[in-house]
Design a protein around this ligand. Structure first.
Ligand code: AMP
Ligand code: ZN
Length: 115
């Protein structure tokens, strides 16, 4: 996808602060962090959102969670973190290339959603 910002990061057309890369996925620091640690784990393949993921994507989805988790711990989330995927309009997704947020730091995070 030529107009996708995260595809541009995968291709190296836009710089990013990478913490992990292999043939399938990339983990990098969010440019506008909401906590001391804020990583994004993305598949290199363009998948617009979680709603577009297919059974063929199951292995890479698992890898995003497992590797992202290890990277969050390595970056300082030694006592837990939050994992988040925003999907579509209702989920307030801003970048339409599937990404998993890993958020944390020394302090306990606020509640996830207001009741
Ligand atoms: P979402 O609302 O789940 O689509 O979140 C998109 C996230 O991408 C936001 O947290 C942004 O701060 C982040 N973001 C947007 N552009 C970049 C970029 N060039 N490098 C790193 N993170 C980015
Ligand atoms: Zn993309």
């Amino acid at each position: 996808m030529s107009d996708c910002i995260f595809c541009k990061i995968v291709n190296g057309d836009i710089p990013s602060s990478k913490v992990f890369e292999d043939d399938d996925i990339l983990v990098f620091k969010d440019i506008n962090p909401v906590a001391p640690v804020h990583l994004l784990a993305i598949p290199k393949k363009h998948i617009a959102s979680l709603a577009e993921a297919t059974p063929e994507d199951n292995a890479v989805m698992g890898k995003l969670l497992q590797v992202g988790s290890q990277m969050a711990i390595e970056q300082g989330c030694t006592d837990g973190f939050r994992t988040l995927i925003n999907t579509g309009r209702v989920g307030r997704q801003e970048v339409y290339h599937l990404h998993v947020h890993f958020v944390g730091g020394p302090e306990v995070l606020p509640p996830m959603l207001k009741r």
